[in-house]
Design a protein around this ligand. Structure first.
Ligand code: PMP
Length: 397
């Protein structure tokens, strides 16, 4: 008997919350745990640009034969343009190669497996705090994890000096996980001058950046949000990007992302890419086509691309509006504590500063579900649930 020895896995800190939410029978319950965009009516709609692309695919797709290990090639090209722009030297010098992968998670995992097996990099520095699954993905792949400080609780802001001083202690060949934009969970990003300093430090200390880019277009805009990545890619010789289209195309369950390797010359890029492909071969052989075909169909058609940009802007602006309303409604509910910092955070989340105990009370007494770290998904707020949320917060703070 082998399964008698298996212990029950601990609930996932984010997805376990969704399970608990589903099992909750109270009808005023609100789920602000997992990062899923909701519109004003509380739905997670399929974007119109996606539906149009799917109609086009239904009419024109002629085969379901296997893709290559790297996925849809047209998709891989448009991903590079979104990440770097057409003119970036990593593109023109053919130093970047991209493979489609299953979501941001699958992309991170393929990147980590590749790094562990084919390079001497065995340690990754991740921010404290970070998305909970980073620990999981990197340790499961066999990387040693170290943390750099990132957040200063007193100011609700970036602790940039601490970040630099921790990364100063990293050794040549160590990996540094950087959130491209909309840092999860804090919502606090580096400005361009700070990106430049981090890029310079990576160059001097020969650290290899691994970008997790899951929210392009949810900060200031598609191009604006890529500035940090582009600055770093202009400075360091080697890096990896794991990006996701779950959020910005609303393609959560299509599992669509990509891993892009940037090497110091095109020959090394080809070698590294060949091992990324062999990692994919050993993991799931080749990816599913649908999500990639949707994204490439949209981005290769000027009208659909414009529609997507408009829809993404609408999501971004709705979240920004909810942030402001949230702060205002907390005051209106009688909360004296200053939550103004929430309106300065980027992306889907608000790092509220609520304690674990307050988070538990919100769930147990008021059926308001947020992550244990105090991370609230503002993307799940609507004009109708904000008063309920704020009344509940007013009672626990
Ligand atoms: N990285 C970060 C920082 C995320 O927040 C997420 C999604 N929550 C992912 C990666 C994974 O995205 P996907 O759902 O595409 O796997």
């Amino acid at each position: 008997m082998i399964f008698s020895q298996v212990e029950l896995a601990a609930a996932d800190p984010i997805l376990g919350l969704t399970d608990a939410f589903k099992a909750d029978v109270r009808d005023n319950k609100v789920n602000l745990g997992v990062g899923i965009y909701k519109d004003e009516s509380g739905q997670t709609p399929i974007l119109k640009s996606v539906k149009f692309a799917e109609e086009k695919l239904l009419a024109t797709e002629s085969s379901k034969s296997y893709l290559g290990m790297e996925g849809v090639q047209a998709y891989n090209r448009v991903v590079q343009t979104l990440l770097f722009g057409r003119e970036h030297t990593v593109v023109t010098e053919q130093r970047a190669l991209t493979a489609q992968a299953p979501g941001g998670t699958g992309s991170l995992r393929i990147a980590a497996e590749f790094l562990v097996r084919h390079t001497n990099s065995k340690k990754i520095w991740i921010s404290n705090p970070t998305w909970a699954n980073h620990h999981n993905i990197f340790s499961t792949a066999g990387l040693e994890i170290a943390e750099y400080r990132y957040y200063k609780a007193e100011t609700h802001g970036l602790d940039f000096d601490a970040m630099l001083s921790d990364l100063q202690t990293a050794e040549a060949g160590d990996l540094v996980l950087l959130h491209g934009c909309c840092h999860n969970p804090t919502g606090i990003d580096l400005d361009n001058a700070q990106w430049q300093r981090v890029a310079q430090l990576c160059l001097e200390k020969q650290l290899v950046p691994l970008f997790d880019f899951a929210y392009q277009g949810f900060g200031a805009g598609v191009e604006e949000d890529a500035q940090g990545l582009r600055i770093v890619a202009s400075t360091v010789p080697e890096l990896i990007v794991a990006n996701s289209f779950s959020k910005n195309f609303g393609l959560y369950n299509e599992r669509i992302g990509a891993v892009t390797v940037v090497a110091s010359n095109s020959e090394e890029a080809v070698n590294a890419f060949s091992q990324i492909k062999s990692t994919i071969r050993a993991s799931y052989s080749n990816p599913p086509a649908h999500g990639a075909l949707i994204v490439s169909t949209i981005l290769e058609d000027e009208t659909l691309k414009q529609l997507w940009h408009d829809e993404l802007r609408e999501m971004r602006e709705r979240i920004a509006e909810m942030r402001i309303l949230f702060v205002k409604s907390l005051k209106a509910a009688g909360v004296e504590q200053d939550f103004e910092f929430i309106s300065r955070q980027n992306g889907m989340f608000s790092f509220s500063g609520l304690s674990k105990e307050q988070v538990n009370r919100l769930r147990d007494e008021f059926a308001v579900y947020i992550v244990g770290s105090g991370r609230i998904s503002v993307a799940g707020m609507t004009k109708s649930n904000i008063p309920v949320i704020c009344e509940a917060i007013a009672k626990v703070v």
